[in-house]
Ligand binder design. Structure first.
Ligand SMILES: Cc1ncc(C[n+]2csc(CCOP(=O)(O)OP(=O)(O)O)c2C)c(N)n1
Ligand SMILES: [Mg+2]
Length: 369
């Protein structure tokens, strides 16, 4: 099995050569991890209160997404699996759009056509999530091929979970990428579980990193709860892709502390002792130890940062909760330049029902036929 890359151990002790990052940048990355945790906590509370429909958290996985995505440049692309919304916020997705998508309100740039908790942001090269496991892998490889052909200086980081390694998209994507030597990095976030299927049941391979050799690309296995190991490994893989040497696979070994989503009850299929074991390996606490030991963070500063982040997300939640719902007419828009008669007729039938139930909004009125 490839050796696990670890630069800071769970107690915050330095084990290897650290990437060259300023104290300010290190603190910034700490704040980004905390923002993910605070936002996830708030979203889960909103879901439990029945104010939004669905949430999948990244709790316990903050270092894997923030550390790895921090090694990307603004011109690079991030293709999400199911949990990289926090990395997208770090790269430019406004929190207001993030929360609007959770409410599927009029400010949702996906116009309510996605399930909530499926983000996208054009400005930071962040294509819309697909809930269909693994489909983003060949999409990302195709886009990387386009970047290569156009001579663009763009690397495509393609994220997916351990479960996605059993999808067709993974195999065809990895194969095409290596054959064409596209500028891509495959980021397998092994969080131990694919809903109720454990990572050990998912494959007979000794490690997910082994899968790369079959396609002719290198792989690295990283402690995904070690922010700086994630950053340094990703930085090397991104540099390789950018220089035209081809794709590689980075496996981030981490753990999903919560249920698969707000619809899941993990106590039905996994042992609490396993969760407790991983609780002692918390990625934020580990990095906090390191920052405190190096006087980059002061005692008690984490609580102050958390309070600021909580105020920030609460303000955004209040704004988005009072925003208008998505106009119903958007149901039939954007497919054709002009809404054709058969869709107008269907919409008019629908609006009659919506009006009867009191669900139609001003401006949702029927089309003249
Ligand atoms: C093609 C397909 N099959 C099954 C599902 C149902 N499903 C949704 S998430 C998921 C597990 C994904 O696990 P993993 O890839 O490890 O990502 P994680 O949720 O752990 O981040 C499954 C099986 C789906 N969405 N798409
Ligand atoms: Mg998983």
């Amino acid at each position: 099995m490839p050796q696990l890359i670890q630069l800071i151990d769970p107690q915050g002790q330095v084990l290897g050569e650290l990437p060259d990052l300023s104290a300010d940048r290190l603190k910034e990355l700490f704040v980004h991890m905390l923002r993910v945790r605070v936002t996830d906590g708030r979203m889960l509370t909103l879901q439990r209160a029945g104010r939004i429909g669905f949430v999948g958290t990244s709790t316990g996985m903050e270092a894997s997404q923030i550390g790895s995505a921090a090694a990307l440049q603004p011109q690079d692309w991030l293709w999400s699996g199911l949990r990289e919304g926090g990395a997208a916020v770090m790269r430019g997705l406004p929190l207001s759009e993030y929360v609007a998508q959770m409410y599927c309100n009029a400010n949702d740039t996906a116009k309510g056509r996605q399930m909530c908790n499926h983000f996208q942001h054009k400005g930071s090269h962040y294509p819309s999530w697909s809930s269909v496991i693994g489909t983003q892998i060949p999409h990302g490889v195709g886009a990387a091929l386009a970047s290569q052909r156009r001579g663009e200086d763009a690397v495509h980081a393609i994220y997916f979970g351990d479960g996605a390694t059993s999808s067709n998209g993974f195999h065809s994507g990895m194969n095409f990428a290596a054959v064409w030597k596209v500028p891509a990095v495959f980021v397998c976030v092994n969080n131990g579980w694919a809903i109720s299927v454990s990572a050990k049941q998912q494959t007979a391979a000794e490690s997910y990193a082994h899968k790369a050799s079959a396609y002719g690309m290198p792989a690295a296995r990283v402690d995904g709860n070690d922010l700086l190991a994630c950053y340094a490994t990703m930085q090397a893989a991104v540099a390789r892709a950018r220089s035209g040497e081809g794709p590689s696979l980075v496996v981030l070994e981490t753990y999903r502390m919560m249920g698969h989503s707000s619809s899941d009850d993990p106590s039905k299929y996994r042992d609490e002792a396993e969760v407790e074991h991983w609780r002692t390996r918390d990625p934020i606490a580990r990095f906090e130890q390191y920052l405190l030991a190096n006087q980059i963070l002061e005692d008690g500063e984490r609580a102050t940062i958390e309070a600021t982040l909580t105020a920030e997300i609460d303000r955004v939640i209040h704004e988005q909760e009072s925003a208008d719902p998505m106009a119903l007419k958007t149901l039939v828009e954007d497919v054709y330049a002009d809404v054709p008669n058969h869709l107008k007729r269907q919409y008019n039938d629908f609006i009659e029902v919506a009006e009867r139930h009191g669900d139609a909004q001003p401006g949702d009125g029927a089309f003249p036929l």
